[in-house]
Each structure stands twice: as structure tokens, then as C-alpha cells.
Design a protein. Structure first.
Length: 607
């Protein structure tokens, strides 16, 4: 019996009103014979109800015949138990159970079903394979609750480990939200203490990390990887160098984990893995103290996955896709995903652990890079300058799977796809206050900078070239033109990396060169709208990405020519590099002869 309840009682949706809710709740427990059977086999709820009705003795069989037992809550602190004849001729007997509400119990964070899911995946699928290397640091859980920070290569990162050595370090990785304040961390000062060991029961250790350690240990895993403890944190040079090196290894860390534990339902490291269901405790007043604790279900908890807290955090996007297997703790349930089993579209409130629908394993050959970029760009980042590092592991994996078809990687865009992805635009719902450079204040019909402000282009230190989607914050859309409609040619690109050892990370500078036709346009402001004027014709400018001159002259580069529909990017001259341009937006004109791009081609170098 599940939780000490018979089949009938376990099937009752215990969506009791909460402690502060005033509403009526009624359910039928079962007919008299069924409830008496429940009593005999040890059902705790059947036994408590019959005991309170005084019908738990040997002489109660006749009284229960041709009757059913109903439960009702009309007052938040009382559960009414009614013995009702089938003909409803009268109310045969009634009693009251006291109801006391409490928080969700957290002590049962581990469930043996998790290990069974891993075992089944190991036996029936080919989802997990041991990596060729290991993370620089791991948490050793052998003496839980005491945890020690260990270095598998004993401090020498260049040491090659044998397959047997790697198998000895089977580990779980944690994907979670830090929240507003950093959790318990490893720094250049505390790393010695972490290696000596600490207790996960001490109050400084966030609940999410402590519970992840217990789940990993319960799964038979000796090691756990947590970014806050396995990457040196802080602002000193040691921490900076370690962060740059380790952030490039996320492909290895999450791709090599036996399972990734995902704390999806909480937005803070102190929230724990699962919120669980609140409880109510039923007691029988006036008799010997008998109590039954039940978990209250929420009939409105069918929460879509994408509304869970973790899906708003940018770093967790690649952690999700890089992992071979996921154990996902949502706000209402626990889910398992591997390369053969995928999630349904929403989470239900029933059951604690679910297998889910089959899906394709060919993730990186069937899903375009742009799909991941759109997902990633809509998420929040504490430090916006980390935009490219936060997706570097995923870029590395894409290159491993499709290097020949994708070409080189340039600041979030692929060489052989770059013309098809230039027509990205920011969604209208994006908060303009979050741009890399602030929008100019609007006064009347022109764009004017605040009083005393300098031209931001002269001091602009961007995280990505203006032609890359990574140069702006907020949700974006990428419209890919047909190959037969692309009007630009002779494209080339190069970027200067901030660190040559991090080809997918920070960039200092980048130039995109292309040849195309173009039209001159003028930027106008009418109310909340940005418009482009060309030879008297006016059209909306789909995006205006960066602060420019109060009255800029726009070069409208034609990237796509689709039978009378012209679309492309708007650029303005760079103030820092002679004969170069900066992308400021995307445009589209349709059916206006005055807007046809000039037949003269020109080479543009865009920074």
C-alpha cells in the first residue's frame, strides 16, 4: 500500500482547502464493505475514520451494510465523517476529525525509483558513455554528511587518466539557480577548508546543494559537481583565471555526468530540490491520540515546464541540452529524461516520479542552432557580459557534431550559416531598458541623447560585434531567408578572441565583410514607433539596437531580395574605425518602387 493507504483511499484526490481557504470539500471514501476491508488490511485512513465513527469493532459489519462513508470539509479545521445509507433516508452516523495544516515534509528527498530509472536506462539504452576526461574538481560524498573537495588529477590538469580511473569517478552534476546572493562557495581563500571537508548539515550550505548531495549519494554516486564549489569564485586573479578555464569545460562537465540533477522549481539556492505538497494532519479528538499525515494535492498545479524558475536562467540552457540524462525536480513532481525518453508538454500534480514520451536522439543533427539561440536569448543573466561563455559548451558540442557543415564559429554565429542568420531581430516585447547601450531619450520627432551625455559609440566596449545577436539583451527572433533569395555575396568574417584558449567564449573585436546593394534611409520617430524614410516612402524599422546620432543617415543593406520584398540590416558609420559600419537594426520593404535597392554594389565592413 502506498503511504499506508488502501487502493480506494490512495485514489482520492486530497485537494483539501488550504489553511487560509474557506471552501467546501466533499468526497466519497467508499461503501461500508470496502472501508471495512481497508481496515482489515491496515489502511490508515479507513481505520481512522471507522475508529472515530465507533465502527471499528467486530459487531460493526451490520451497521456498515447498505451504507457509504463520505468525507467533507466545511470549516478549515474539521473533517466531517458521515455514514450515509444508500437510499439517503437519513444520516446514520457522523463524527469529526481535527485537521491541522503543515508544510511539505522534506526528509524523503531520495526515492528508490530514481535509481531504478538509471538502471533501466543503463540496461536498455545507450544514453550514457564515460567521458574522455574529468572535471578539475568534484565533491566527494563517501562520508556524507561530510563532503570534501577533491581534484581527480591531483592538481595537474595535463595528466591523462585511464578509462578505469575515469570510471572510478562517476559523478552527478547540479543545475540550479543561484538567486540574488551567491551561495556557499569555494574561493582562493577557502579552497583549503573545502578540501579538508565540511558538513552539508551546517546552515551555511544552501538546501539545494545539500539535497542534491543526498540524491546523488542515494543513487550510488560518490561524486557531485556544483559550480559554486568546484569553480573558484571571487574577483581576484586566481578566481578569474579559474572561471575562464572552467567555463570552457561545461561541455565536458555536463556531458560527462552520469546524471544531471535539475532544481527546476526554485529560483534560489536555498529553496531545495522540490517544494513538495503541503500536508494536513488528521487526529481523532475525544479518543486516544491517533494521527494521520496526508499530503494535500493541488488541482491547479498543471504547470508548464517553461514556467519553472530554472527556465528563466541563461546558464542552465546549455546545462539542460548538454546532459545525457536529467533528473528534474519541479515544483510539483520529479521527472526523468534520457536520450530515449523525453518530457511531456506539462507537469501534472499526480505521482512523484514519471517516465515520459520517447524522442529522437539526433538532437544536434536535427535541431538548428537558431532554435537554441532563441531559447537562450530570452533568459536572464546576472552578468550580461557572460552571454557568449554561457553558451560556449553548447557551441562546442554543435561543432563536434557538425563542424564540416557549420564552418568556423564567430561570436555566436556559424560561418556557413551567417548570411542566413543576419536577419535576427529583437522581439517587440523586449524591455528597451535592458539594451547593451541605452536607447536615446525621445523628444518630439527625433532621437536626442540626455543632456550632457557623450556619444556612446566612442566609448562602447561591447561583449559581441554589432552584427551578432549576442550584442543585445532580450528575446530575439531569427528569420532565415531562402538560399535562392540571398542578395549579399563575398562574405567573410574574423574575430579577435579575448583568450585564444577559449574559441567559443569572450571576443574583443570582430569584423563581418560582405558585398551587396544598398539604399540610403533616414530614421524617424513618430510617437512610440521607429520608422525608415526612403525617397518619401516610410516603413517601420523592425529593430533599433544601439544608440546612434540624433539624426542618423542609415545605410540599408539588402540581404534578401524576394520578388518585390527587400529585407536586410541597417548600418551607420563607425565612429571608432574608419570605413567601417555598425549594425543598428533590421528592415523590410515590400512593393514600393522608391525603396528598390540601388543597383550599385558596395563592400561593407561591419564591426
Amino acid at each position: 500500500m502506498a503511504d499506508g493507504l488502501c487502493r480506494l483511499c490512495a485514489a482520492i484526490p486530497l485537494d483539501f482547502p488550504g489553511a487560509n481557504e474557506a471552501q467546501t470539500w466533499t468526497r466519497t471514501l467508499g461503501n461500508g464493505d470496502q472501508v471495512q476491508v481497508g481496515l482489515r488490511i491496515g489502511c490508515r485512513l479507513c481505520g481512522l475514520v471507522l475508529r472515530q465513527l465507533g465502527l471499528d469493532g467486530h459487531g460493526s459489519t451490520k451497521a456498515l451494510q447498505n451504507c457509504c462513508i463520505k468525507l467533507a470539509i466545511s470549516k478549515k479545521s474539521e473533517l466531517e465523517c458521515h455514514l450515509v445509507p444508500h437510499d439517503h433516508s437519513s444520516l446514520a452516523k457522523s463524527a469529526i476529525l481535527d485537521v491541522r495544516y503543515g508544510p511539505a515534509p522534506r526528509e524523503h528527498i531520495w526515492d528508490a525509483d530514481y535509481a531504478l530509472a538509471f538502471k533501466r536506462c543503463d540496461e536498455e539504452h545507450v544514453c550514457f558513455d564515460y567521458p574522455d576526461d574529468l572535471p578539475t574538481r568534484l565533491l566527494d560524498l563517501e562520508s556524507l554528511p561530510i563532503v570534501k573537495l577533491v581534484e581527480p588529477k591531483a592538481g595537474n590538469r595535463n595528466t591523462a587518466l585511464s578509462p578505469d580511473q575515469i570510471r572510478n569517478y562517476r559523478y552527478a552534476a547540479l543545475s540550479y539557480c543561484w538567486g540574488l546572493s551567491p551561495p556557499f562557495t569555494t574561493t582562493s581563500v577557502t579552497i583549503k577548508e573545502r578540501k579538508e571537508g565540511f558538513s552539508i548539515d551546517q546552515p551555511e550550505v544552501p538546501r539545494t546543494i545539500a539535497e542534491a548531495a543526498r540524491v546523488a549519494h542515494g543513487s550510488g554516486l560518490r561524486y557531485l559537481w556544483v559550480d559554486a564549489l568546484c569553480i573558484i569564485q571571487g574577483r581576484d586573479d586566481v578566481a578569474g583565471a579559474d572561471w575562464r578555464r572552467e567555463s570552457e569545460r561545461m561541455r565536458l562537465v555536463y556531458g560527462g555526468a552520469y546524471v544531471t540533477i535539475v532544481a527546476a522549481g526554485t529560483s534560489d539556492a536555498s529553496g531545495g530540490l522540490i517544494l513538495g505538497k503541503p500536508t494536513c494532519v488528521l487526529t481523532s479528538p475525544g479518543r486516544e491520540i491517533v494521527a494521520l499525515t496526508l499530503r494535500i494535492s493541488d488541482p491547479n498545479s498543471d504547470t508548464p515546464f517553461w514556467k519553472e524558475a530554472i527556465f528563466s536562467r541563461a546558464w542552465t540552457c546549455q546545462e539542460w541540452y548538454l546532459s545525457s540524462r536529467l533528473l528534474v525536480f519541479t515544483s510539483t513532481a520529479v521527472y526523468f529524461r534520457c536520450q530515449e525518453i523525453d518530457f511531456p508538454s506539462s507537469v501534472t500534480s499526480h505521482g512523484s516520479f514519471k517516465s515520459v514520451l520517447p524522442s529522437s536522439r539526433r538532437l544536434y543533427s536535427t535541431k538548428p542552432w537558431s532554435m537554441f539561440v532563441v531559447n537562450f536569448a530570452a533568459r536572464n543573466m546576472t552578468n550580461p557580459t557572460d552571454k557568449l561563455p554561457a553558451i560556449a559548451g553548447l557551441a562546442r558540442k554543435f561543432h563536434e557534431f557538425g563542424g564540416d557543415t557549420l564552418g568556423k564559429y564567430y561570436a555566436g554565429m556559424w560561418e556557413k550559416e551567417i548570411l542566413k542568420t543576419l536577419l535576427w531581430r529583437r522581439e517587440e516585447s523586449t524591455d528597451m531598458s535592458s539594451l547593451v547601450l541605452p536607447m536615446a531619450f525621445r523628444r518630439g520627432r527625433s532621437l536626442i541623447k540626455p543632456d550632457g551625455a557623450t556619444d556612446d559609440r566612442k566609448n562602447w566596449n561591447p561583449r559581441a560585434p554589432s552584427w551578432s545577436w549576442a550584442a543585445v539583451d532580450g528575446q530575439i527572433m531569427i528569420r532565415k531567408p531562402s538560399s535562392t533569395c540571398i542578395a549579399a555575396r563575398n562574405i567573410s568574417c574574423w574575430v579577435k578572441l579575448a583568450d585564444s584558449a577559449s574559441p567559443y567564449g569572450h571576443v574583443d573585436y570582430g569584423v563581418l565583410t560582405l558585398t551587396c546593394r544598398y539604399t540610403m534611409g533616414k530614421l524617424l520617430v513618430k510617437g512610440p514607433d521607429l520608422l525608415v524614410e526612403i525617397n518619401g516612402s516610410v516603413s517601420p524599422l523592425e529593430t533599433f539596437d544601439l544608440l546612434r546620432d540624433p539624426d542618423p543617415k542609415l545605410h540599408l543593406l539588402c540581404i534578401e531580395d524576394r520578388e518585390g520584398i527587400w529585407s536586410g540590416i541597417a548600418v551607420v558609420p563607425s565612429l571608432t574605425v574608419a570605413d567601417h559600419y555598425v549594425r543598428v537594426g533590421q528592415y523590410m520593404f515590400a512593393g514600393a518602387d522608391a525603396c528598390v535597392p540601388d543597383n550599385t554594389e558596395k563592400e561593407f565592413k561591419i564591426v
